[in-house]
Design a binder for this molecule. Structure first.
Ligand SMILES: C[S@@+](CC[C@H](N)C(=O)[O-])C[C@H]1O[C@@H](n2cnc3c(N)ncnc32)[C@H](O)[C@@H]1O
Length: 227
């Protein structure tokens, strides 16, 4: 069992958490009630590492050109969207999720972010992506099973997506025998992640790496670049 002290030690050793704490916007999560609500869950620091891990990868695009539109696929309550919107106020962020029950009050205070309730499996979602402009960044943290496959299909088909970051989650149906060598050595999650990588169109640049700074066993990051 992890004790509070151990968690605190891990937190202080984690570069994403340290970097987050140094940010000016980090104060908002202490002082402003609508953002502080996100902090109440005991998974806050884990979620910070996930969001900071993805933001770290998209930041160069947004700093170079704020016209990029970020679409946060299966956003949950919008942790990543919130962080990106606050850190890149000139860029537009669209959070998409099927669920309407989560508390997303904080979106009201984000001028450059909106939440859209939508099924990513629908044709409407693909239309949303197509119409988001000619410079789109797609992000997805912990998309389970066919949601991750859908993410890859959308990237493959839509030329306006210039960059995408996916952190896969639970595995769906895939030809395990083909990935048995990876599964044996690194586990099913690694095999599933490699299968997703192999689904990416060959003309796109892909990297697949475990990011140990993301505090989750599901911390493999797939990056896709349309060069
Ligand atoms: C494991 S959660 C990840 C949430 C968020 N990305 C995060 O890391 O905190 C998966 C999310 O996918 C959403 N979801 C499931 N099926 C969906 C669908 N077909 N279209 C849109 N969102 C969906 C769920 O509502 C949930 O918020």
């Amino acid at each position: 069992m992890t004790t509070t002290n151990e968690t605190q030690v891990k937190e202080s050793q984690n570069a994403y958490i340290r970097n987050f704490k140094r940010l000016r916007i980090a104060k908002l999560f202490e002082t402003k009630e609508e953002f502080r609500k996100l902090r109440r869950k005991n998974t806050f620091w884990k979620e910070i590492t996930e969001a900071m891990g993805v933001r770290e990868r998209i930041k160069d695009y947004l700093i170079r050109d704020p016209e990029y539109v970020v679409i946060d696929v299966c956003s949950g309550k919008g942790f990543l969207s919130t962080l990106v919107a606050l850190m890149h106020p000139k860029s537009k962020v669209i959070a998409v999720d099927l669920d309407t029950s989560a508390d997303r009050e904080h979106f009201k205070y984000l001028k450059n972010a909106e939440f859209i309730n939508m099924d990513i499996m629908s044709e409407d979602f693909e239309k949303l992506v197509r119409e988001a402009g000619d410079k789109v960044i797609l992000t997805g943290i912990h998309l389970c099973r066919d949601l991750s496959e859908r993410f890859i299909d959308i990237v493959n088909r839509n030329e306006n997506i210039k960059y995408a970051v996916l952190v896969p989650c639970c595995e769906g149906k895939f030809p395990r025998e083909r990935y048995q060598f990876v599964i044996d050595e690194l586990g099913v999650y690694a095999g599933w992640s490699l299968y997703l990588k192999d689904k990416v169109r060959e003309d796109l640049k892909v990297t697949l790496k475990r990011d140990k700074k993301i505090i989750s066993p599901k911390n493999i990051v797939l990056e896709i670049e349309r060069v």
